[in-house]
Design a protein. Structure first.
Length: 255
């Protein structure tokens, strides 16, 4: 074992960096999926708390880059455009976070995983679900669902992506909006786990190390993102969304 990472063998450390690289490529190409891939991949060799520690700083760094790629003005414009989603989502996140001990998380994961994966799979096979334009009422409902699920389980990505995809949001803006939303969540996550002890002296160097392959992978993913058209982007997004939804369903049913 490496003395700097006593909980990992050198071979496992190489594998962890490879997982981070792949997660970064997916993140750069479609704008989400890094936490899902990191926690699943790192969980093959590490206990859940160490896998969680490993993903915290890569998630924070990648979302910051994603949100600010076109500059702070563009990021602020996205905040203004989706202010209803963000505002309602934040309120429901704060409320539902208080219910963690009441609602069984596996039940919630299954309840959100089934419709999200169904939404993505149905569209992949040709049935299109489309919103003509933004509606404050629909956006409030979408934000409420994402925030409620996020407060209970830490998973708010799939409902967010499903809503943005249904709007046919241009790919550059969709990735930027996801970066803003997930970035705010990543800041809260980092602060929470500095306090919880998950991110501590023993685990911080591991999380710092994984930032490097994650951002290298993200750079590759962004190059791919810039080269694909809207139709290909939408299809790739739906594929990742279907996998994310099925993974939530698996976690809900099998733990």
């Amino acid at each position: 074992m490496d003395p700097l990472f006593p909980f990992l063998t050198p071979a496992d450390l190489v594998l962890a960096c490879a997982v981070a690289l792949v997660a970064g490529v997916v993140k750069g190409a479609v704008g989400f999926g890094m936490p899902m891939l990191l926690v699943s991949g790192l969980g093959m060799m590490l206990p859940p708390d160490l896998a969680l520690a490993g993903l915290i700083l890569p998630t924070l760094a990648s979302n910051g880059w994603q949100a600010m790629r076109q500059g702070i003005g563009a990021a602020w414009g996205s905040v203004r455009r989706f202010r209803v989603f963000l505002g309602v989502g934040l309120v429901f996140l704060l409320v539902s976070a208080q219910l963690v001990r009441v609602v069984p998380v596996p039940v919630l994961l299954a309840l959100i995983g089934a419709p999200v994966s169904g939404f993505a799979l149905v569209q992949l096979f040709g049935l299109r679900f489309h919103l003509e334009r933004q509606s404050p009422h629909v956006e409030a409902v979408a934000g409420a669902v994402a925030g409620f699920v996020g407060g209970l389980s830490g998973v708010w990505g799939p409902p967010t992506v499903a809503y943005l995809t249904a709007l046919d949001t241009p790919k550059t803006e969709q990735v930027r909006v996801q970066g803003v939303i997930y970035g705010l969540g990543a800041v809260a996550l980092t602060g929470a786990h500095l306090g919880s002890g998950v991110l501590r002296a023993e685990t911080l160097p591991f999380s710092v190390l994984l930032v490097v392959p994650s951002l290298v992978g993200m750079w590759v993913g962004l190059v791919l993102h810039d080269r694909i058209d809207q139709v290909t982007f939408r299809r790739a997004t739906l594929v990742v969304l279907a996998l994310a939804g099925l993974n939530l369903l698996r976690r809900g049913v099998f733990g």
